[in-house]
Structures are given as structure tokens and as C-alpha cells.
Design a protein around this ligand. Structure first.
Ligand code: ZN
Ligand code: ZN
Length: 373
């Protein structure tokens, strides 16, 4: 019986890329897998055929030889044994434990888990930067056993169940399936005499005090990464990282918008009318704002570069000061008299209650003028 063309088997063109070949093979392998087709000899044949085709076409050298000389060029594939084919793990990774492949990977050194710490700071601290200390509970490598888990003077011995490989292999159909060893959970080693300090875990939970340097300009929701300050790794794996997530308390006077700061300053309406200089709190020092004569309530003054520092050191935002006219809550007899005198000299429309929206007022008065003027 002549052999079928490998490209035909994998249902791809001769110019197919690696990714296309891989995904096509994966599709076929899943479709014809013996676990899904128990006792189906035809499916098993197709599965074997696809595995053989993939073994050749996924290998650059072999594919070139096959392209040039056909099956003769890759004679080594005669008597191809899928159970020895090593491409499975790669192909099936990401499929989880569907056929046991996912669990077949040997548990080697594992990186420790990342930790998160939520840190609340004052507005002023976010504006100027601060160095503060935090306390975190975390698993650290056990000092007594140096993270190995065996009592001092003893060492772990190879797992008798899997003979130290961490995997149990058994024949299923025509190929070998490997599963993680249950006794040692893939570590390949068992501890006969556990370390007493950590009960064999190799790690101990400890409160650790750490210094955190918070850069000026940091905002709520931003996080700092402290590399290697997370949980200890296992079996000699590296530790995880610690993420400090920042929450900045609200300020009673300033509202932050990007690197700009907003604030509202209530002023006597006479100050707005006559003009003057006012001082407002700033993040570093008090700031002076010049109020010109006849300033309307709601006017915003921009003080360039007097806002928040940029967290990556690129200058400062602006400080935006909005002035609001205040009406006196209580008037003395004399003040009232003075205001009445003032009112008598002012044109009617400037004392309408909606003087705030100038354009609209002018519009209305303008129209009235048009009709009667
Ligand atoms: Zn220990
Ligand atoms: Zn084992």
C-alpha cells in the first residue's frame, strides 16, 4: 500500500506555514484521538497517520527532505512510533488536562506567588512623595531547612512510586500517557523526616516589614512593583513580586484631574468688583493670584506649573483657581445703606438674579431693545 501524502493527511497546502500545520494537526488529533473513539481502529489509524505527518512537516529539515524526495527522503519515518513522538506536549499544551497531557509536566521549581498590598496615603504625601514602611504577612523560605522541607541532617529521598521522575507513565492504546505522580505531587522526592519548624512545607508565614518609596505625583490606582518581595518560590524557584496599590485620600480643598489641581475660592463680591490680590494654598507654598477689576464669579485662573508633579518626573501640572462671589449673610445698617446707594447707581441688568449667564441676559435685553428701541 502506498503511503498518503503528508500534506494531504494534514489537509494543508504545500505552502502552509508552521502555525497552520500545527493547528490543523491539533484539530485532527483531537478528532481522531483514541480516547474519543474507543475501539475505533480507523480513527486510531488516522490519528497515527496525522502524528507521523506532523512529526515530519513540523521539522524544518525533515520537511525540506520530504518536499524534495518524498517519503523516500524521510525513510526514518518508516515504522514511526507515535508513542515516542515528543510533539504531543507542545501540541496539547493549553488544552488543560483533557487527555492527561496537562498534568504530565513535571513539577519543578515554581516561582512564588505575587502579593498585593493596598496602601492609603494622604494627599500631601502623594504630592511630595514619601518613604513609608509597611508590614506584610508572607511565606518565606524556612531558615531551619533552607526551604527544602526535610529535617536538618536529612534530605528528601526519591519517590518510590514514580522512582523520582515525578510522573507515572502507562500504556494507553498505542502510546504512553504520563500523569503527575500522586504520592510526591510531581516533585519526584518524598520527605521521610519533615522539618519541624515548617512541617515539611519549606516555607513559613512571617510578618515582614518593608520600606516603600512612593514617588511624588502618584495617583490613586497606580501601583508600585517591589521585585522579589512576594511569596517564596518552591523547590528553589524564585520569589514572586509585591505590588503596592496606592489609594490617595481626598483633599478638602484640592481636586486632582490628571496632573492639574482644581480649587474653588469664595471671595467677597466687592473683591471681584474692585480687584485685588489673594493668596491660596499651594502644594509647596502659598500662591498669589491677581484678581483684576470687574472679575465675574466663576472665573478660573490658571497658575502654570503649580499643580501636581508628574509621577515620572516630567514637570508639573497647573493649579486652577475658580473664584466664587460670596453674598454677605448679615448686613449692618450702615452696610445696607451703602449697598442701597451703590445699587441706585448701577444699571438695572447687572443686578438681575441671573447675572451669571451674561450672554443670555444680553440676549434678552438686546431683544427688548430691538422691539422698543
Ligand atoms: Zn523547614
Ligand atoms: Zn512520585
Amino acid at each position: 500500500m502506498s503511503k498518503r501524502d503528508y500534506y494531504e493527511i494534514l489537509e494543508v497546502s504545500r505552502t502552509a506555514g508552521d502555525q497552520e500545520i500545527k493547528s490543523s494537526y491539533r484539530k485532527l488529533a483531537l478528532k481522531y484521538h483514541p480516547d474519543r473513539n474507543p475501539g475505533d481502529k480507523k480513527a486510531e489509524e488516522k490519528f497515527k497517520e496525522a502524528a507521523e505527518a506532523y512529526a515530519i512537516l513540523s521539522d524544518g529539515d525533515k520537511r525540506t527532505r520530504y518536499d524534495r524526495y518524498g517519503h523516500a527522503g524521510v525513510g526514518g519515518a518508516q515504522g514511526f512510533d507515535p508513542s515516542q513522538f515528543t510533539g504531543f506536549e507542545d501540541i496539547f499544551s493549553g488544552l488543560g488536562d483533557i487527555f492527561g497531557f496537562g498534568g504530565a509536566r513535571r513539577a519543578g521549581p515554581q516561582r512564588g506567588a505575587d502579593l498585593r498590598y493596598d496602601l492609603e496615603i494622604k494627599f500631601e504625601q502623594s504630592a511630595r512623595g514619601v518613604e513609608t514602611s509597611i508590614q506584610i504577612p508572607r511565606h518565606e523560605a524556612c531558615d531551619t531547612c533552607k526551604g527544602i522541607g526535610a529535617a536538618p541532617g536529612t534530605s528528601p529521598s526519591p519517590c518510590p512510586q514514580c522512582r523520582g521522575t515525578g510522573q507515572l507513565r502507562y500504556q494507553q492504546g498505542f502510546f504512553t500517557v504520563a500523569r503527575t505522580c500522586g504520592q510526591c505531587r510531581g516533585a519526584g522526592k518524598v520527605i521521610a523526616k519533615p522539618c519541624q519548624a515548617c512541617r515539611g512545607a519549606g516555607t513559613i508565614e512571617q510578618m515582614r516589614k518593608l520600606t516603600v518609596k512612593i514617588p511624588a505625583g502618584i495617583a490613586t490606582g497606580q501601583r508600585l512593583r517591589l521585585a522579589g518581595e512576594g511569596e517564596a518560590g518552591t523547590l528553589g524557584g524564585p520569589p514572586g513580586d509585591l505590588y503596592v496599590v496606592i489609594f490617595v485620600r481626598e483633599h478638602e480643598f484640592f481636586q486632582r484631574d490628571g496632573n492639574d489641581l482644581h480649587c474653588a475660592v469664595p471671595l467677597a463680591f466687592t473683591t471681584l468688583a474692585l480687584g485685588g490680590e489673594i493668596t491660596v494654598p499651594g502644594i509647596d507654598a502659598e500662591q498669589t493670584v491677581k484678581i483684576p477689576e470687574s472679575t465675574q464669579t466663576g472665573t478660573t485662573f490658571r497658575l502654570r506649573g503649580k499643580g501636581m508633579p508628574d509621577v515620572s518626573g516630567r514637570g508639573h501640572g497647573d493649579l486652577l483657581v475658580t473664584v466664587q462671589a460670596m453674598t454677605p449673610k448679615k448686613l449692618t445698617k450702615e452696610q445696607k445703606k451703602l449697598l442701597e446707594q451703590l445699587a441706585a447707581t448701577l444699571p438695572e441688568q447687572t443686578v438681575t438674579p441671573s447675572a451669571r449667564d451674561e450672554d443670555e441676559d444680553r440676549g434678552i435685553f438686546g431683544k427688548v431693545k430691538d422691539i422698543f428701541g
